[in-house]
Design a protein around this ligand. Structure first.
Ligand code: DGL
Length: 282
């Protein structure tokens, strides 16, 4: 572990670019934190994979992030949060959190009629994790889940603003629009990149919840509780760069160029270095 735990980076991972929506929020709310991001671009999508594989991938990524001396880990992927968090948490001696509990907490606060929709990957929806968590938080809540697997390639391939996205949104979300939900969770970290289109399609009657905001708030609480919050300026990582106060390093398991371009289009700061690594070695 880093000699000064507070300045050690936070590890963040996802199957690809989706977790950058969470990273962006952590950068905004916790500008002093250093971060190491891993996007598993060689193995995206996770949403159609089995639980065994998602656990195996998550373990490998956690082993990789630990080589960077991270002080805590955020699983910025709903699929891995739903299928692997409980298992890897038991095996990891640093704080580790996912996006589902923060997202669920935000949704139960927002709903007035106790009818909540959740969209996510096949694996996330099949796990019923959002439903389980929200039923504990708000007894009597009704939850309607809908897998939207094509949203991930649309985002990964840069088609979020293309009219093709509109047709797919209509295909998946017509039933949500006709239902009487008043709140809908964007239960995949790729989906906030389609947020404005989804919002326009569903209209004012349905509030959208992006778990990224609450996840960053929960991370802050977790770091405070463990006395790990970086209150001072960040430190420059080996390949990192100073941005705001924090320094950020990005790693991927496939070609770095596309990822870098994408990251630069959604993050508040330009990322200079993205490195490809062989995750199967971990
Ligand atoms: N962005 C991830 C999630 O939140 C995974 C999407 C995928 O790889 O299928 O579920």
């Amino acid at each position: 572990m880093n000699s000064n735990k507070k300045t050690a980076p936070v590890g963040v991972f996802d199957s690809g670019v989706g977790g950058l929506t969470v990273t962006r929020e952590i950068m905004r709310q916790l500008p002093n934190e250093n971060m190491v991001y891993f996007g598993d671009t060689a193995r995206v999508p996770y949403g159609s994979k089995s639980k065994d594989n998602i656990i195996r991938y998550s373990r490998q990524i956690i082993r990789f992030l630990r080589t960077k001396d991270v002080k805590a880990i955020v699983i910025a992927c709903n699929t891995a949060s739903a299928l692997a968090l409980d298992v890897v948490k038991e095996e990891t001696d640093i704080p580790i959190m996912g996006v589902i509990v923060p997202g669920a907490a935000a949704a139960v606060r927002v709903t007035k009629n106790k009818k909540i929709g959740v969209i996510g990957t096949e694996a996330t929806i099949r796990s019923h994790m959002y439903s389980k968590v929200m039923k504990e938080m708000l007894p009597g809540v009704e939850v309607i889940g809908k897998p939207c697997p094509l949203f991930v390639p649309i985002v990964e391939e840069g088609f979020a603003k293309h009219k093709i996205a509109e047709e797919v949104i209509d295909y998946y979300l017509a039933s949500m629009k006709e239902s009487d939900i008043d709140t809908m969770i964007l239960g995949c970290t790729h989906y906030p990149l389609l947020r404005s289109r989804i919002m326009k399609y569903l209209g004012d009657g349905i509030q959208l919840v992006n778990p990224a905001y609450e996840t960053a708030m929960e991370l802050k609480k977790l770091l405070q509780e463990k006395d790990l919050l970086n209150e001072g300026g960040g430190q420059e990582g080996e390949d990192g760069q100073a941005c705001a106060n924090g320094s950020y390093e990005f790693y991927v398991s496939d070609t770095a160029d596309k990822f870098k371009q994408f990251a630069n289009s959604i993050l508040p700061y330009d990322i200079r270095t993205t490195q490809r690594i062989n995750i199967e070695e971990y």
